[in-house]
Design a protein around this ligand. Structure first.
Ligand SMILES: C[S@@+](CC[C@H](N)C(=O)[O-])C[C@H]1O[C@@H](n2cnc3c(N)ncnc32)[C@H](O)[C@@H]1O
Length: 214
């Protein structure tokens, strides 16, 4: 990822951090809820939250009764991580956060059982580099839970054009479900489950539970 792109995303989220939870509450609730069937009451072991933002996933893990040994969040934006700090150990487990990029995760190889990637894929270059990096840090057979925008519905294709051309929002690209499935396959994941959903009237979302195959 070019440094200029990382720094503009970091700048955008550093500026948005204090308002983020209030402004995006509905979207965040709906997007994370798509992952709930793969989280509620499950043993997740050591969890890495890639692009953790303000750490809302940690609260959801606690609320949904997941068995978590430790939670680590990684994000480009120090200001988002400041908001996340009090939430990291929400379920009484050890919680930590690190500033860094999904494309060069500052954690050891094969050191996590579960990785979560919520509303992040669209920021990464389309080569699957972030997914390969997640696969590196997962133990063999570890699970990836991913939720992101689904470009396939017409309203999302219109939104894509509008955000990119008129608003000039900083993201790399919006994928269809088929494209996400192919990226997962190409970076060494087996897709076990897939779900579709929505956040409000605009956002159409796709979610995947995948296992790393080594
Ligand atoms: C839309 S927010 C989602 C936050 C959180 N995952 C959630 O669902 O509430 C996107 C977050 O991804 C982070 N981000 C974007 N690109 C990233 C990258 N390459 N590495 C790490 N974090 C990144 C941003 O800083 C921001 O905090």
């Amino acid at each position: 990822m070019p440094d200029s792109l990382s720094s503009s995303i970091r700048g955008e989220y550093d500026g948005a951090a204090t308002e983020y939870d209030r402004r995006w509450a509905r979207y965040n609730r709906a997007s994370l809820a798509l992952l709930r069937p793969w989280i509620a009451g499950r043993k997740l072991g050591r969890v890495l939250d890639v692009g953790c933002g303000t750490g809302n996933l940690a609260g959801a893990l606690a609320e949904w009764g997941a068995a978590v040994d430790a939670y680590v969040g990684v994000d480009l934006s120090p200001a988002m991580l400041d908001i996340a700090a009090p939430k990291l150990g929400a379920g009484g487990w050890p919680g930590a956060a690190a500033a860094g990029s999904a494309l060069a995760l500052p954690v050891a190889t094969a050191s996590f059982d579960t990785a979560v990637c919520a509303s992040n894929l669209h920021y990464w270059p389309g080569t699957g580099a972030g997914l390969s990096e997640i696969r590196r840090v997962l133990r063999p057979g570890g699970r990836l839970l991913l939720v992101d925008w689904d470009r396939a519905p017409l309203r999302m294709r219109v939104l894509n054009l509008w955000m990119r051309r008129a608003l000039r929002v900083e993201y790399q690209r919006m994928y269809s479900r088929q494209e996400i499935r192919a990226l997962l396959h190409d970076t060494g994941f087996r897709v076990d489950h897939e779900a579709r959903g929505a956040a409000g009237v605009i956002w159409r979302l796709a979610a995947f539970e995948a296992a790393s195959i080594h």
